[in-house]
Design a protein around this ligand. Structure first.
Ligand code: NAD
Length: 296
C-alpha cells in the first residue's frame, strides 16, 4: 500500500552528496523547517557541511535512519544506483527517494522501476541554475515520475526552487536536464568562440559582451559567465568541466538510443570531451574558453 501523506516539516530529510550543490540545497531544505541530515563519503565534504551549520552523519546508516525522504546529489546515475543499492535493505518501505543529480534518463527509469517494485517511491528531480541559485533557493526543478509522489515531495522540492516542472514519466526530468545543458553548453561554446574571434579582430572582450547582452545573441552564458568567470579568468563557477561533459554526452546518447539524428550534439559532445581530456577533470566548465583560444 502506498502512503499518500505529504512530507511536511519537521520530517527528516536525508541529503546524500554534500558537494557544491548538495550543501546549499540541504541548507534550503533545513530553512523550510525539515530536519536535515547530510552524508558524503568525503570527510572534507562532511566537515564543510558541519562548518556551515549542517548536521552531518558519520555513517550512511545513521544518515538514513527514520528519513521520510532521501535526496541524492551525486556525480552521476551509476553512482546514485550504487549508493542506493548499498543502503536500500535498511530503508523503510514507502520512503520517497528523489534523485536530484543529473543522471542518465534510461538508467533512471530502470532504477526507479526496480525501487518502486521493492516498495519505495522514486522520482527524478534534477535542477538547473548552478551554485548561486542553489544558495538562494531559486533553482529550476524538473520532476519526472508519478504525480502522487511529486505531490508528496512538493514541500521538499519547493524549498529549493519556486516551482517543479512536471516533465512526464520516470527519467523525463533527467532527459530535460541533459537537453537543457546541451543547449547551455552549445551557447557557451558559441559565445566563447565569438569572444576569441572578436578579440583577434580588435574588439575589446567586455565591449563585445555588452553588445551581445543588448542584442539577440544574449544567453545565460553571455549574461552570467563570460565576464564573471572567463574574461576575469577566475574560472570559479563551481560547475566542473567533467559534469558538463557528462550532461552533454547524456543528451547525445539519448538521441542515439531513441534513434534521433543530432549532428550538432555529436559535434558539441566531441568538443567538450576533448576539452576535458586536455584540461583535466578538476577544471571548471567555463575553462572551455581557455580551451577554444589555446593553440591546439
Ligand atoms: P560535486 O562533485 O561538488 O559533489 C558530489 C559529491 O558527491 C562529492 O562531495 C562526493 O564526495 C560525493 N559522493 C560521491 N559518491 C558518493 C557516494 N557513493 N556516497 C556519498 N557521497 C558521494 O558535484 P556537484 O557540483 O555538487 O553536483 C552534484 C550533481 O548535481 C551532479 O550530478 C551535477 O551534474 C549536478 N548539478 C551540478 C550543478 C553545479 O552547478 N555544480 C548544477 C546543476 C546540477
Amino acid at each position: 500500500m502506498t502512503n499518500s501523506a505529504a512530507i511536511i516539516p519537521p520530517a527528516k530529510v536525508t541529503v546524500i552528496g554534500l558537494g557544491n550543490m548538495g550543501r546549499p540545497m540541504a541548507a534550503c531544505i533545513a530553512r523550510a523547517g525539515f530536519q536535515v541530515t547530510g552524508f558524503d563519503l568525503s570527510a572534507d565534504a562532511r566537515s564543510a557541511f558541519a562548518k556551515e551549520g549542517g548536521n552531518a552523519a558519520a555513517t550512511i546508516d545513521e544518515a538514513i535512519a527514520g528519513a521520510a525522504a532521501i535526496v541524492t546529489l551525486l556525480p552521476d546515475g551509476k553512482i546514485v544506483r550504487a549508493a542506493i543499492e548499498g543502503f536500500k535493505t535498511k530503508l523503510a518501505k514507502g520512503t520517497v527517494i528523489i534523485d536530484m543529480s543529473s543522471s542518465a534518463p534510461l538508467g533512471t527509469r530502470a532504477l526507479g522501476e526496480e525501487l518502486i517494485a521493492d516498495g519505495f517511491e522514486f522520482i527524478d528531480a534534477p535542477v538547473s541554475g548552478g551554485v548561486k541559485r542553489a544558495i538562494s533557493g531559486t533553482l529550476a526543478i524538473m520532476a519526472g515520475g508519478a504525480h502522487a509522489t511529486i505531490d508528496r515531495a512538493d514541500k521538499v522540492l519547493l524549498s529549493m526552487g519556486p516551482a517543479a516542472f512536471r516533465t512526464g514519466p520516470l527519467g523525463s526530468g533527467h532527459a530535460a536536464k541533459a537537453l537543457n545543458n546541451y543547449v547551455s553548453a552549445a551557447g557557451l561554446a558559441a559565445a566563447a568562440e565569438a569572444l576569441a574571434i572578436g578579440s583577434k579582430f580588435g574588439i575589446e572582450p567586455n565591449t563585445l559582451v555588452d553588445v551581445l547582452n543588448a542584442s539577440t545573441g544574449r544567453n545565460n552564458s553571455t549574461e552570467n559567465k563570460l565576464k564573471q568567470f572567463m574574461i576575469s579568468e577566475s574560472y570559479a563557477s563551481g560547475f566542473a568541466m567533467a559534469l558538463m561533459a557528462k550532461d552533454i554526452q547524456t543528451a547525445d546518447e539519448l538521441a542515439h538510443q531513441i534513434g534521433v539524428k543530432a549532428p550538432l550534439a555529436d559535434e558539441i559532445t566531441a568538443m567538450w570531451n576533448n576539452a576535458l581530456k586536455q584540461l583535466g577533470p578538476k577544471s571548471d566548465h567555463t575553462e572551455i574558453g581557455r580551451y577554444l583560444t589555446a593553440d591546439k
